[in-house]
Design a binder for this molecule. Structure first.
Ligand code: ZN
Ligand code: ZN
Length: 186
């Protein structure tokens, strides 16, 4: 999908990509680079942007990532994974892989921190600097977690899951109502 209105010249503006376009682009690139037998699929990853699975011969992108980021960003990640497929995943992010990235024209970064990804359900706010931390899974330890800027004394973090808290409040309210009803009955 090209982002233009009818009548305007075909300019690809920097904008969000959609699932169809990502699919289309991935298949084009797989064909162009003669990755025979390779397929493309979207996954539900919430932390990892993309994946190259040599065992399955598949290039994957997180659907959450595709829907939240600029097309150039997604394109760059797609090429990053294509580069893995072309040189073999055993090369990891080494110089051979980096050279392939240069050939393909993508940034040879092994870790991407500029992507927009969905927030986790578990949230905590630092009591000092007010920064909000979020995680997808319940923190393994409830104690000893702290803000990396404010330290263990000033930045103690208590993670909370709003969905669970809401359910708990509802359950408690339900119990209170039941207790009141019992009182009325007696
Ligand atoms: Zn990589
Ligand atoms: Zn803090």
């Amino acid at each position: 999908m090209l982002c233009c209105s009818a009548g305007l010249p075909l300019v690809i503006y920097s904008c969000r990509m959609d699932i169809l376009e990502a699919n289309h682009l991935a298949h084009l690139l797989i064909g162009k680079h003669r990755l025979d037998g390779w397929t493309f699929r979207l996954n539900n990853g919430r932390r990892q942007l993309g994946l190259c699975r040599e065992d399955r011969k598949s290039i994957e992108l997180s659907r959450h990532y595709v829907l939240r980021n600029e097309r150039e960003h997604v394109m760059d990640t797609l090429l990053h994974e294509i580069a893995h497929a072309l040189v073999g995943t055993r090369h990891g992010h080494d110089s051979v892989w980096k050279e392939m990235c240069a050939t393909l024209g993508c940034t040879a970064r092994s870790c991407e921190t500029s992507a927009v990804m969905p927030d986790g359900k578990w949230k905590a706010q630092c009591p000092s600097c007010r920064k909000i931390y979020s995680q997808h899974r319940r923190p393994r330890y409830s104690r000893g977690l702290y803000c990396r800027h404010c330290g263990p004394e000033l930045g103690r973090l208590l993670f909370n899951n709003d969905e669970i808290s809401y359910q708990l409040r509802r359950d408690r309210a339900g119990n209170r109502e039941a207790a009141q009803l019992m009182l009325k009955l007696f």
